[in-house]
Ligand binder design. Structure first.
Ligand code: ADP
Ligand code: MG
Ligand code: ZN
Length: 622
């Protein structure tokens, strides 16, 4: 890094020297000029002719438009020469004797080339100006580079070292994720007592990659490992490596590892590894060299660990699929720990952790909250607990009631209620029938999910909403479940069409979701008459990295067939929804009327209207 510091110094001295030189030249020129003109008398031509006739003149030198006269007594004078006429002739004309003139040395000298100076000025002034601008820019960038250099030293957050805070997180603060903890315990044991492992020649993983959806507790888990092992913890985020200046990212890596080596045993944690660790050469746009250099530096630092190094590199990403394969080779991040979204039990445990220190009403059942929040991540649940507390505080209640938790679920799911958004009568009617359409299809189609709540109070983006109770989230879904889901999604649209004979823009999101499901059925799940083929391409997103430019692996004819299958699925779904809505039209009207009146229907009221208790039928269960 030293050269960067030195260059500007040399540079400024260069400029200063140049300016000085120019000044000296200018001064010299002016001295010479004044010497040859000012200190010497100027005399007239006829006076010169007189002096010549008096034989007082020793020599004449013609310099440009002037004649320099040297007298016998070494005195000098200047005479203006007549233009366009020879000196000899001119003096003769003024009465100098020809014989006398012949006795005098007459010399001709080149006029000093002043145009040279002018040229010099013309060239050097803009040059100087440019240099000046360049220098001030350089000064600024130099400041920037210095800043970046400082950053490279200080950016990692350090825990557990002398003088820095302890991580303070242990495995007890992480709910669920038992398998992940089990995996990481080995790392903890190693960091606690490295010699035990090293004596046996055991090779401990240098790199452990934590993967999982956003908010599943990757960062939390890494800190917990540090807390458990009670060793220094250097945390830096992948995006922090990337700065404007080339070479800084890799410089940071070097500093980070150098610091860590001094503090062994310790943990280096690189959050959001995918920001730098993306497959090289993939993706679009610039900025890749920097990332590549940074990545290469990480790889070479990890390769450079000695056999007895007591550093473990943890990293996390929610996009393991885009990582460069070089990162996943043995001796690098060769161990993968997957953090799943929490299941029902784990959700309850997360909620328990995040309600510690919050006063809960007696009726609160975190179990029920957990049941109603499939798909929520740990971060969502932590957010949920906080929202419930905020709602309680706003209502000036002493302890958090169950109903506040349920309210908070909707808030986290859909964004805040927009009560201020007042719907007109017509709009309200439209929204009511739309939601009634979703609800009725959901309640009466096989394999669909029971309705827990319907509302036409807009929330976040949604104009109205119908919340269903998904039975415990399942990893595997059957075709019939998908088909019902598509029909339910189109239930709103279909109800509008039947009741008002036209549709509104309120169904945009529904249509988008339904189409995407239908397309997946055909292209990915092999659930259409095209058979069990996985059709790839076209829909892949450009920014995902690896799949860039992924050619579609099917022909145009197949594409047309796929489209046709998708249309068939949608058509069939609309038919099923129509069927239900038309058969239950009276109930739909009742639901809509009640919704317009109350804006919100809870499960009990709703079941009263439809006249049945909703449950997943026995035949629905697998
Ligand atoms: P990630 O790094 O995976 O995106 P974080 O570790 O930053 O997620 O999690 C965000 C927050 O969510 C944590 O600070 C914690 O409060 C909460 N959280 C996530 N998972 C859990 C969990 N398993 N147990 C307890 N809290 C969790
Ligand atoms: Mg994180
Ligand atoms: Zn809808």
């Amino acid at each position: 890094m030293k050269p960067i510091k030195k260059i500007p110094k040399n540079f400024t001295t260069n400029i200063a020297g140049f300016v000085l030189l120019l000044l000296v030249v200018l001064v010299l020129f002016s001295i010479i000029a004044s010497e040859s003109f000012e200190k010497v008398d100027q005399i007239s031509l006829n006076r010169l002719a007189y002096e010549i006739n008096d034989e007082n003149v020793e020599s004449l030198t013609v310099i440009g438009p002037n004649i320099e006269v040297v007298f016998e007594d070494e005195e000098k004078a200047i005479v203006k020469k007549e233009p366009d006429i020879a000196v000899f002739e001119s003096l003769e004309n003024w009465g100098a004797e020809r014989d006398n003139l012949r006795k005098i040395d007459i010399d001709f000298e080149e006029e000093p080339d002043w145009s040279f100076l002018v040229t010099l000025l013309i060239i050097s002034l803009p040059l100087l100006f440019l240099l000046f601008i360049f220098r001030s820019i350089f000064k600024q960038t130099k400041g920037g580079a210095m800043q970046a250099l400082d950053f490279s030293k200080a950016k990692a957050r350090v825990f557990g070292d002398e003088g820095s805070p302890k991580s303070g997180v242990t495995f007890d603060d992480v709910a669920g994720l038992e398998e992940a903890k089990e995996e990481l315990k080995e790392v903890v044991d190693f960091l606690k007592e490295p010699s035990r492992f090293l004596k046996l020649g055991a090779r401990i993983p240098k790199g452990v990659l934590l993967t999982g959806a956003p908010g599943t507790g990757k960062t939390l888990m890494a800190r917990a490992v540090a807390g458990e092992a009670n060793v220094p913890f250097f945390e830096i985020s992948g995006s922090e490596f990337i700065e404007l200046f080339v070479g800084v990212g890799s410089g940071r890596v070097r500093d980070l590892f150098a610091n860590a080596k001094k503090k062994q045993p310790c943990i280096i944690y690189i959050d959001e590894l995918d920001a730098i660790g993306r497959a090289r050469g993939a993706g679009l746009g610039g900025g890749h060299d920097e990332r590549e250099q940074t990545l290469n530096q990480i790889l070479s630092e990890m390769d450079g660990f000695k056999q007895d190094a007591k550093i473990v590199v943890l990293a996390s990403t929610n996009r393991p699929d885009v990582l460069d394969s070089a990162l996943l080779r043995p001796g690098r991040f060769d161990r993968k720990v997957i953090l799943d979204l929490p299941d029902k039990k784990a959700r309850e445990a997360v909620l328990k952790i995040h309600t510690i220190g919050k006063p809960l009403s007696k009726n609160v059942s975190l179990k029920e909250v957990a049941e109603r929040t499939p798909g929520f991540s740990g971060a969502d649940l932590s957010n949920l607990a906080n929202e419930a507390a905020l709602l309680t505080a706003r209502k000036k209640e002493k302890s958090i009631k169950q109903s506040r938790f349920l309210e908070a679920i909707e808030k986290v799911l859909l964004g805040p209620e927009r009560k201020s958004f007042v719907m007109g009568e017509k709009e309200k009617e439209l929204a009511a029938y739309h939601e009634a359409g979703h609800a009725i299809t959901s309640s009466f189609l096989p394999y669909a999910e029971p309705v827990r709540k319907i509302s036409i109070v807009s929330r976040g983006q949604a104009g109205g909403y119908t919340i269903k109770i998904p039975t415990e989230e399942s990893r595997i879904k059957r075709k019939s479940e998908f088909l019902s889901e598509i029909a339910v999604l189109l239930g709103g649209y279909t109800a509008e069409k039947i009741v008002f004979k036209e549709v509104s823009t309120g169904a945009v999101n529904d249509l988008e979701k339904a189409s995407s499901y239908a397309r997946k059925l055909v292209k990915e799940f092999g659930m259409s008459s095209l058979g069990p083929v996985h059709f790839k391409g076209e829909q892949e997103h450009v920014f995902l990295g690896r799949e860039v430019g992924g050619e579609k692996n099917y022909s145009e004819e197949t594409a047309a067939k796929i489209d046709k299958e998708v249309f068939l699925f949608i058509e069939e779904a609309v038919k099923r929804a129509e069927d239900v809505i038309q058969k239950k039209r009276k109930i739909v009207d009742k639901i809509a009327k009640k919704l317009i009146e109350k804006e919100m229907l809870e499960r009990e009221e709703y079941e009263e209207i439809i006249g049945k208790k909703q449950e997943k039928k026995a035949s629905d269960k697998r």
